[in-house]
Structures are given as structure tokens and as C-alpha cells.
Design a protein around this ligand. Structure first.
Ligand code: ADP
Ligand code: MG
Length: 393
């Protein structure tokens, strides 16, 4: 991982130098693809609902130059490792898991009828791995954009995100949703992205300049996250099945309004009732947050983040002692509009909306309170909404 506070221009020139040294020629393109954090809309994606992520100012940088022999020579600077494959027939690597993102992306682009040329490729990132900021989507999207640029091919960005998602499914074996690749491909500076996970329609939503987004890692990961995630998914499916007796037109919890849920919640046994209530109210909170941001009302947006956390804690039951402590520490710190767990839960990170002028004091206070309450050190990332993937040179 490259130094996380190093300026972008310096990272780019280091990558250029490294590329020249390793391949004996200059890079032809440099691509930047960001990680992401979800502001609100948790566990809504697999219910055909809404999410509201931002692309963050941490990213993968990828340098590439064309080769005429259909080979890809790939260097992962941060891992000090290399890989090589035939771009026309990429297989999964059994030994280098990290290379499967590039191999998978190359395969999925070609499955969509895009001819790729060979390339020398080198990449490095300051998106922390496994911290909840989706380093993997940033790698995939950088790879896709790099392959397309070097091959003189164009592709719709939403389609590119879908190819990256499929690469993660089939080559990395991770059954992820579409949000991470989508925001890394389509993010916009100073904007969040409202994404409808049913039809992938989207809209950019301004995030007021006076706000910063702070991600705080609890440092705790729970092993049961995967199995509990599957339980939640099946509980949502069960809720839909039970509600269909009264609401035959629904396909997913996305189709159920708050009023309908109140009317028919007697059809649902606990805890299915509370799971459904989280999803239905969370979808509405995403739309309400969009309205608040568009009105420049950070206080209202913050209240909705807090309501989301309470719903995830009490109704969806995916919080943890550490996540609750981190949210409480944030709410007690100066300049905080709101805070909640982000990601699937059971550990991982919180996201807070913070007044720009208070952000230094906020971070100091957050880390100190969290340490007092849990005896643990928080890792804190201050960020703002950045552009999606693009060429930097
Ligand atoms: P995250 O939540 O950060 O996306 P994942 O487990 O989904 O975590 O993806 C992390 C994997 O992505 C790493 O194990 C590695 O294979 C790949 N990856 C991410 N960043 C880098 C990097 N800087 N260099 C090489 N591989 C990377
Ligand atoms: Mg990932």
C-alpha cells in the first residue's frame, strides 16, 4: 500500500518512474479509479432498493502500455508481485488471487464482444484492503478502464461496471452487489450517487461543500458476518412471500410502502417483521436524504443517518458493541451531523457527516472516546466525494 497521505501528483510520478524502470518504456495511459463508501441505504441492494454511495479520494492508479503479442504483463507494486497471461484467453489463477481481478475483467470485457490488445500493466493503490472501502472494485474498474483505453475501445460505464461485478463473481468468487463497481465507474466530485438497484437508473446528488465524510474503522471483523448475511437475505425473501398474500403485485420489499407494511405487518412473525421494517423504512430514508442534500440541509441528512443506524441496530440486528460505541463517540464529537454503521455490519466501519471546519477536532474526539470506551484504536479516513474512474494523463 502506498503512503496514504502522499499527493496524487507524487504517486503518479512514482508510478511512471517505476513503470519505465520495469518495462524499459513509458506508460501510455494512467488511470485513476476510486474506492467508495455508502452514505445510506444498507441491506437495501438485494431488496431491489436504493443506495447512496460516494466515490472517495482514495484510489487505484494503473499505468499501461500496449503490447502487440496478446500477452498481459501485470505488476502489483504494493504486493511486489507479478503475473502474466494471454489476454485472449484469461483463465483463473490458482496461485495469485490478486491477479484474478484483472484476468476476470479481461475475460468479461471480451465476453461482451470487445477485442483487447496485450499490455504491460502496473498498479498501486491507497484504498486500504478489507477496510470496507472496496479496494477490490477500485482494482477492477481501473483494470477495465485501462484495458479499454489501451485497446482503443469504448464502453458504456454502467456496462463496464456490470462486467467488473461479473469478474468479481466468477474470478474472485465473491457474490457482491453492483454498488461498488457502479460508483467507482460513475462517481462525481462533490456528489453522491442515488442508485436504483432494480433497474440501475441513477442520479447524482450534490453533497454540500461545507461537509466532510469521515469513515472510522472499528478494527473488528466478525466471522459470523457471512452466515448472518445469508440469514437476512432469506428473511427478506420470506417477508415478501408472506406479504404477497395481501399484496400480490410485489416482487421485492422495494415494492412495499411504509403504510402498506403497517397495515399488513401482522402477517409477519418476529423477527421477519422487524427485518422488513428496516428495509422498507431504509429505502424511504435514502430518498429523504437525497431531498435533504438537495436542499443543503445537513442537519436533516444527519438525522436520517442516525435513524438508519438505530434501524440497523434494533430491527435488522447487524450492529456490534464496537459499531455502537463508534457511532456514539461520533455523535458526542464536535461538528457531527449524523453517523451510522456502513457496509454489511457485524464490525467494519461507520460513516459520519461532519462540518468541514470542525473535522480535525471531530477526528481527535472520536478516536479518544472510542479508545476510552473499547480500549481499541480507530482508523479514521477523512474524505469527500470524488470523480469516478478516468484518465489522469
Ligand atoms: P475490500 O473490501 O477492500 O474490497 P476484498 O477482499 O473484496 O476487500 O478485496 C481485496 C483484494 O483485492 C485483495 O486481497 C487483493 O486481491 C485485491 N487488491 C486490493 N487492493 C490491491 C492492491 N493495492 N494491490 C493488489 N491487489 C489488491
Ligand atoms: Mg471488495
Amino acid at each position: 500500500m502506498s503512503n496514504q497521505t502522499e499527493p496524487l501528483s507524487q504517486r503518479i510520478s512514482r508510478l511512471r518512474d517505476h513503470f519505465l524502470q520495469r518495462f524499459g518504456r513509458k506508460a501510455e495511459v494512467i488511470v485513476r479509479a476510486p474506492g467508495r463508501v455508502n452514505l445510506i441505504g444498507e441491506h437495501t441492494d438485494y431488496n431491489d432498493g436504493f443506495v447512496l454511495p460516494i466515490a472517495i479520494d482514495r484510489n487505484v492508479l494503473l499505468a499501461a502500455a500496449r503490447r502487440d503479442d496478446h500477452r498481459v504483463h501485470l505488476v502489483a507494486v504494493d504486493l511486489d508481485d507479478e503475473d502474466e497471461f494471454d489476454v485472449t484467453a484469461p483463465t483463473r489463477s490458482e496461485t495469485k488471487a490478486w491477479a484474478n481481478y484483472h484476468r476476470g475483467v479481461a475475460a468479461m470485457l471480451q465476453q461482451r464482444g470487445i477485442d483487447l490488445t496485450g499490455a504491460d500493466v502496473m498498479f498501486s493503490s491507497n484504498v486500504p484492503i478489507g477496510a470496507g472501502l472496496s479496494s477490490s472494485a477500485a482494482v477492477e474498474v481501473a483494470a477495465a478502464f485501462g484495458f479499454l483505453a489501451i485497446s482503443d475501445q469504448e464502453m458504456d460505464r454502467a456496462q463496464m461496471a456490470l462486467a467488473c461485478q461479473q469478474a468479481e463473481h466468477e474470478y474472485a468468487g465473491v457474490p457482491c452487489g453492483i454498488m461498488d463497481q457502479f460508483i467507482s465507474a460513475l462517481g462525481r466530485a462533490d456528489s453522491a450517487l442515488l442508485l436504483d438497484c432494480r433497474d440501475l437508473s441513477y442520479r447524482h446528488v450534490p453533497v454540500p461543500e461545507s461537509a466532510r465524510i469521515v469513515v472510522a474503522d472499528t478494527g473488528v471483523r466478525r466471522a459470523l458476518a457471512g452466515s448472518e448475511y445469508r440469514v437476512r437475505r432469506s428473511q427478506c425473501e420470506e417477508a415478501v412471500r408472506l406479504l404477497q398474500s395481501a399484496l400480490p403485485g410485489i416482487r421485492a420489499l422495494r415494492d412495499v410502502s411504509e403504510a402498506e407494511l403497517q397495515q399488513y405487518e401482522h402477517l409477519l412473525p418476529d423477527p421477519i417483521r422487524r427485518r422488513a421494517r428496516h428495509v422498507v423504512t431504509e429505502n424511504q430514508r435514502v430518498l429523504d436524504t437525497v431531498a435533504a442534500l438537495e436542499a443543503g440541509d445537513l442537519r436533516r441528512a444527519g438525522e436520517l443517518l442516525i435513524a438508519s443506524h438505530h434501524s440497523l441496530r434494533d430491527d435488522y440486528e447487524v450492529s456490534s458493541t464496537e459499531l455502537d460505541a463508534m457511532v456514539e463517540a461520533a455523535l458526542a464529537a464536535p461538528g457531527c451531523f449524523g453517523s451510522r454503521l456502513t457496509g454489511a455490519g457485524f464490525g467494519g466501519c461507520t460513516v459520519s457527516l461532519v462540518a468541514n471546519e470542525a473535522v480535525k477536532d471531530f477526528v481527535r474526539s472520536l478516536a479518544q472516546t472510542y479508545r476510552e470506551r473499547t480500549g481499541r484504536d480507530a482508523t479514521v479516513y477523512v474524505t469527500r466525494a470524488a470523480d469516478g474512474v478516468g484518465l489522469v494523463a
